[in-house]
Design a protein around this ligand. Sequence first.
Ligand SMILES: NC(=O)c1ccc[n+]([C@@H]2O[C@H](COP(=O)([O-])OP(=O)(O)OC[C@H]3O[C@@H](n4cnc5c(N)ncnc54)[C@H](OP(=O)(O)O)[C@@H]3O)[C@@H](O)[C@H]2O)c1
Length: 328
Amino acid sequence: MKRIDLAAYGVPEQVVRCVDVPDPGPPDAGEVVFDVVAFPINPADIAFCTGSYRLRPPLPATPGAECLGRVVATGAGVTHVKPGDHVINLQRENWVQRRRVRGDDVIAIPPAIPPRQAAMLRINPPTAQLLLSDVTPMHPGDWLIQNVANSAVGRLVIRLAKAQGLHTINVVRRDSLFAELQALGADHCIVDGPNLAERVAALAAAPIRLGIDAVCGPALARIASCVADGGAVVTYGAMSGGQPAIDRGDLMFRGLTLSGFMLGRFLGRRSLDEIRAIFADLGQQMLAGKLDAPVAAVYPIEQIAEAVAHAQREAKGGKILVAPNGMI
Ligand SMILES: NC(=O)c1ccc[n+]([C@@H]2O[C@H](COP(=O)([O-])OP(=O)(O)OC[C@H]3O[C@@H](n4cnc5c(N)ncnc54)[C@H](OP(=O)(O)O)[C@@H]3O)[C@@H](O)[C@H]2O)c1
């Protein structure tokens, strides 16, 4: 079978290798074997390839924070999934054709979810949901501001916030995105840049209680400058590659709080039953067409170098997926 290995940490399209490795074999007791139907290339996977991610295992290493799988076989004692079920995997190393994992690591999802969307259920939907629920109490009618609003997470934040009665101001890099984000439920859209706070003040009908950042650097400071006194700012990504920057007056004089979000840390506060309940709810919403993200292209696993190069392009217009066992 085929697997993606990193020959080194470096420029992703130069270090990814599609290699032939032995099949993982049948499941032992308590294990599940599944075929990988599709995986997305997320910004964290790109960071993993470059060696700048928080995990930097010895080489050769296999990337892949999430995937959609189809169960092939189950070991003795596994009762929550059966062959043919569609599953997401809570563990990494998913850039491969077939996995053999602990049964507790897979969660069955509705088979009718379109596979391209199901491949993106594991990370971004719960990230958007927990950014809204776990950072600061938010109530219907409250306002938030976020950057990278056209990203997969940003679009999910817009839709989940709207469903909760929250209002969103959405910061992007070009005004050609406004119409599609407003169609998702965005209250306002604005292009990032100087004087953001002044421009945003003219839009929000009430003080902004939460600022959500995934860019870091001065972009985080601009988001913070829009948040009302005593509000919360959370950073969950660093698309600029920079460190968080924030005006110390915003922290000291205006009483903002700055925190960081990582999905694994926030899911880690929950029991396996609670995690399964989160994915059951998000899976139903995805099935109902309430949560989705645009897909720009799907590649076969042999074209992994082209796929990771495409995933790093500006304004790529959606996720890049890989379908290791045939096109979806
Ligand atoms: N902490 C966590 O647990 C967690 C979980 C999931 C995701 N994340 C983070 O969430 C962020 C979004 O992930 P995603 O999968 O939703 O991304 P995505 O769909 O691949 O979209 C990437 C977004 O980043 C923007 N972008 C790229 N480079 C930028 C820069 N230098 N300055 C400003 N914007 C830039 C893109 O804008 P253009 O369209 O203009 O190119 C696009 O909106 C990433 O930082 C990711 O690491 C974190």
